[in-house]
Write a protein that binds this ligand. Structure first.
Ligand SMILES: Cc1cc2nc3c(=O)[nH]c(=O)nc-3n(C[C@H](O)[C@H](O)[C@H](O)COP(=O)(O)OP(=O)(O)OC[C@H]3O[C@@H](n4cnc5c(N)ncnc54)[C@H](O)[C@@H]3O)c2cc1C
Length: 389
């Protein structure tokens, strides 16, 4: 079982690597510990796989290392390159919003695309293959329950820790440690946030309400929807800020992202209508009731002073919430942190200090925003390394 390259992990990045290296005539084998491939792709994007984002650039990635690290790979395999593959396979797709491309029908079509490309590139795949040890002598030796594999190069594409029920493991990080490569501490990313128990009663009454907001934490602002859940907050706005938020940061929510609350309220300040009735013109009634009880008990508008109206408007534009934790890897779409980028070549993803050893995809300390950026990184980093072996 001698190969040019052994790829450990058969997800988006590993398979893109295998396709690229296979097309270049390399003999490649993918070792996957699960009983089948594609699990994450199948459930991604709510079953329609948000396979890329037309605007993907370095600005859409979070890393503790150099923000420039991803530029080379992203420039050499662009969203248009993946779109060309999608079109070549006749897959209908659409832009949902903000440059996010989804299949019209099913993520299964992306799986079929990758399967066809793997077959054309003569990629060999071994399922239920458990790697026991990786050694580097004259060649790499990968000892598994299916026997010993040897190769000139090994690619680690085992992903992050998110969604353990789909087969996530810490294998890639352990292997990096074994080869003395530095790792940025990991934490859940693109993850719903939770409130402390004493606050959960207040937020539980908002469960199911979705609002269009501008969410802000130090260093990041997103205009998206927030969704209140029975334990905390979720929705795109919250998942996005979760990538940037330090544990103690409050989140500022602008509940009037387009209008001036001050002007709207001022116009109705001489009226007898209750504050709750007035605010319910723009926000869901159930939210308004709870929000007013917590912030400004409702009374007729004409009984608020101009100063009070000013404070109400200011709070509507900057309501602070303070989640206490997050839902963890079980519900996180990605893992922040990972193999330090300065351990790797940004052109090839090869470990600078361990020639022949490559890391691609989510195992690297490079995490995208919500919206197709994480698959784009998986395709691009896989392709960069696949062109280098
Ligand atoms: C629910 C969900 C929905 C998502 N939706 C989107 C989306 O629509 N768009 C987007 O851009 N991103 C999405 N993401 C993120 C995206 O799926 C990942 O960033 C991307 O799959 C990472 O690719 P990867 O190849 O690095 O890792 P993965 O795709 O996670 O693949 C890793 C592979 O390695 C295997 N493996 C792990 N350990 C071992 C081991 N010890 N031995 C052998 N094999 C091993 C795993 O079984 C898996 O097959 C979503 C994530 C989740 C969890």
């Amino acid at each position: 079982m001698n190969f040019d390259v052994i790829i450990i992990g058969g997800g988006a990045a590993g398979l893109m690597f295998a396709i690229e290296a296979g097309k270049r005539g390399r003999r490649v084998v993918v070792l996957e510990h699960a009983e089948r491939l594609w699990k994450k792709i199948l459930i991604s994007g709510g079953g329609r796989c948000n396979f890329t984002n037309v605007g993907a650039s370095a600005a859409h990635y979070v890393t503790s290392g150099s923000p420039h690290f991803c530029k080379s790979a992203l420039a050499r395999f662009t969203p248009n390159d993946f779109i060309a593959l999608v079109e070549k396979h006749g897959i209908a797709y659409h832009e949902k919003k903000l440059g996010q491309l989804f299949c019209d029908f099913s993520s299964k079509q992306i799986v079929e695309l990758l399967e066809a490309e793997c077959a054309a590139a003569k990629v060999e795949i071994r399922l239920e293959c458990r790697v026991v040890e990786v050694r580097k002598n004259a060649r790499f030796e990968v000892e598994t329950n299916l026997g010993m594999f040897t190769s000139d190069s090994v690619v680690i594409a085992t992903g992050g820790l998110s969604f353990p029920k789909l087969g996530a493991t810490d294998f890639g990080y352990r292997l990096a440690e074994k080869f003395d490569l530095k790792i940025v501490p990991r934490r859940a990313g693109l993850v719903p946030l939770t409130f402390a128990e004493k606050e959960q009663r207040f937020y539980a009454q908002l469960s199911g309400i979705s609002l269009d907001v501008i969410a802000t934490v130090p260093g990041a602002t997103f205009r998206e929807n927030i969704l209140f859940t029975h334990r905390g907050v979720s929705g795109p706005a919250i998942l996005q800020v979760s990538n940037y938020r330090k544990a103690t940061d409050p989140i500022g929510l602008n509940l009037f992202p387009e209008k001036s609350a001050q002007q709207l309220l001022e116009k109705q300040r001489s009226e007898k209508k209750e504050l709750t009735t007035v605010l319910s013109q723009w926000l869901p009634q159930r939210f308004v009731q709870a929000w007013c009880e917590q912030n400004f008990p409702s009374r007729p508008m004409n009984r608020f002073t101009p100063r009070e109206v000013e404070s109400i408007a200011a709070r509507l534009h900057s309501w602070q919430i303070q989640p206490a934790g997050d839902e963890g890897y079980a519900k996180a779409e990605v893992t922040l942190g990972g193999i330090e980028t300065n351990e790797l070549s940004s052109k090839t993803m090869e470990a600078r200090r361990v020639p022949g050893l490559f890391f691609v995809g989510e195992v690297v300390d490079m995490t995208g925003w919500l919206g197709g950026y994480n698959f784009q990184w998986a395709w691009a980093s896989g392709c960069a390394a696949g062109g280098a072996v």
